[in-house]
Ligand binder design. Structure first.
Ligand code: CP3
Length: 341
């Protein structure tokens, strides 16, 4: 008898498996006491590059919650660090780049960096797959060029990405060089994960929502397409996610994604309508409701699942990452609820 594909891969492929698959962006992380214990005294990016540690952190939420996917414990700025860019993740802040990239000569210096050695990541994946076997797929991920460029140009998290958006208009040629380099470095990182055994790939464009549709199409989407094209031949489903991207969903799909991740700002039936009813969706429980009384959260999860039925496939997830203050028992309960629906 043929063993059915894991529910996650069926749904990403546009099918309706017997149980609805669910996982959570940032499922590995500070919401888990076992994570906080392992991370004690180890810097965030250093922990991503220690294969044993990264593998163990990747597996923790799978064991605890029974989610339908593992996602590699890493970060979108890891390929920048591997390429030799001076970047840190400052707790409570996010990625901080020592020398922000603002001018033509800054970009010339940046693009002289070659993609770094991804073997620590491949080694972590090997350890993860040893435990997971075939039942629970591992998702590999990378940051989209725009979100990474926003950190490189701004130097740190920013609300409106004025410097990055300014550069794309004031010096389009410099922007193009920056984005091509970023697309290649992040695309290579994604490819390394799939070659090591990740069975799906997600591109995170967390800050794409700060762009108009016209700017997204002209100055961001072509580079996301370039990064996604790096794994086109490897035959794994490609998920494209951003926040505040209700106006960009079609353009994000057309950049070369098989599945579109939707944040919590528009309902899934509306996202499905915008996408013409032919694209599997991932999302979109509002993370804010994880602290609401259970009946409120339960009604919201049921509504998300109901609206998701309009799409050709649905993988339940949050509309953005797990907040660090989340009670992990609530996440386990959401998994049980989704599996029972
Ligand atoms: O989802 C997972 O469980 C996999 C791990 C993962 C991390 N970062 C680990 C992490 C993933 C998929 C990411 C992606 C990421 N990193 C994105 C895109 C998704 C999103 O949330 O929008 C972005 C924008 C980053 C950059 C980044 N790294 C930020 C903004 C932060 C938070 C800084 C803070 O302290 O609030 C990080 C750090 C980070 N990356 C943590 C984790 C678990 C927290 C580190 C810690 O434990 O202190």
């Amino acid at each position: 008898m043929e063993i059915p594909a894991p529910a996650l891969l069926q749904a990403f492929g546009g099918h309706r498996p017997d149980t609805l698959p669910v996982w959570f962006m940032r499922q590995a992380g500070r919401s888990l006491p076992e994570y906080r214990k392992l991370r004690e005294g180890v810097g965030m990016l250093d922990s991503c590059l220690r294969p044993e540690l990264a593998a163990e952190i990747t597996l923790q939420p799978v064991r605890r919650h029974g989610v339908d996917a593992a996602i590699l414990f890493s970060d979108i700025v890891v390929p920048l660090r591997l390429a030799g860019v001076d970047v840190e993740i400052v707790p409570g802040v996010g990625p901080v780049v020592a020398e922000p990239v603002r001018t033509r000569s800054d970009v010339d210096r940046l693009v002289a960096h070659r993609p770094g050695d991804t073997s620590p990541v491949a080694e972590a994946i090997r350890i993860v797959l040893d435990e997971l076997g075939d039942a629970t797929p591992l998702i590999g991920f990378a940051g989209a060029p725009f979100t990474l460029a926003a950190y490189l140009v701004e130097g740190r998290p920013s609300r409106d990405h004025l410097a990055a958006r300014g550069l794309m208009h004031s010096d389009p040629e410099t922007w193009r060089r920056l984005m091509n380099w970023t697309a290649d470095v992040t695309g290579e990182f994604l490819r390394a994960q799939v070659l090591a055994g990740a069975r799906a790939a997600q591109l995170f464009d967390s800050w794409a929502g700060s762009l108009s549709l016209a700017d997204y199409q002209a100055h961001a989407a072509p580079y996301s397409a370039r990064a996604l094209a790096r794994i086109e031949d490897l035959d794994v489903p490609r998920v494209h996610f951003g926040t505040g991207t209700g106006e960009l969903l079609v353009a994000m799909r057309d950049a070369g994604a098989d599945v579109v991740g939707v944040d919590y700002r528009i309902p899934l039936d509306e996202a499905n309508r915008r996408l013409g009813g032919r694209t599997p969706l991932q999302g979109n429980i509002d993370p804010a409701l994880l602290t609401a009384p259970w009946p409120v959260l339960e009604a919201h999860v049921r509504d998300v699942v109901e609206r998701g039925r309009s799409a050709p496939g649905h993988v339940v997830n949050l509309g953005h990452g797990v907040p660090p203050t989340t009670d992990p028992a609530v996440l386990t309960r959401v998994v049980e609820l989704v599996h029972s629906l």
